[in-house]
Design a protein around this ligand. Sequence first.
Ligand SMILES: C[S@@+](CC[C@H](N)C(=O)[O-])C[C@H]1O[C@@H](n2cnc3c(N)ncnc32)[C@H](O)[C@@H]1O
Length: 195
Amino acid sequence: MRRLYGRQARIYDPTRAAILFGHDALVADLALEPGARVLDIGCGTGRLLPALSRVVGRSGRVVGTDCVASMLERASHRTSALPNVELVLGDREFDWPDGPFDAITLAYVLTLVPDWHDAIEEAGSRLGVDGKIGVIDFSVRPIWPIRRLFEAHRIEFGEARRDHLRTRFATLTDIDARARTGLWNYFRFTGRNRT
Ligand SMILES: C[S@@+](CC[C@H](N)C(=O)[O-])C[C@H]1O[C@@H](n2cnc3c(N)ncnc32)[C@H](O)[C@@H]1O
């Protein structure tokens, strides 16, 4: 992971603009209140952070965490003018800031994590009572040769992650969308912590 994304940081934003969709819609789905505390796990170059910062406002707090320093450096440039955003580098697999958070986001992270089941549990354990989770990720396996491209980036498809989210959280939104290119699907899921 560190080697792959360590090398990708410089070209990440221009190359992913045509691949990763749904970020602004996920923030809208979460319907966060001003003052909320939000954790963005695997924040990468910070694609979600400005929108999260805007909705939680000055009284809120957004923490972005990632395990790749060069990705966080990009996030740091992107958020330098946003005083309610903090960035935290993790050095172990689930080395994420402690909660409780009002919301946790994982955008295009779970299909990269082999221990995704534990990742969902770890995220859930950092949510407060009534906290919300928001996930966007690839859903249906694309056709070859697009699939080869995804596999080269260690992306694993499958409905199991999404099914587990539906079981672990009380579903608020569960939406399938087609990538702009029409070549694959992604989903946006938001759910409330079950207490
Ligand atoms: C495909 S990128 C997505 C970045 C960002 N969320 C976005 O939507 O543009 C996946 C990111 O997750 C990070 N990541 C993967 N596993 C992680 C883990 N266990 N803890 C923290 N970050 C992780 C990677 O370093 C990478 O920056």
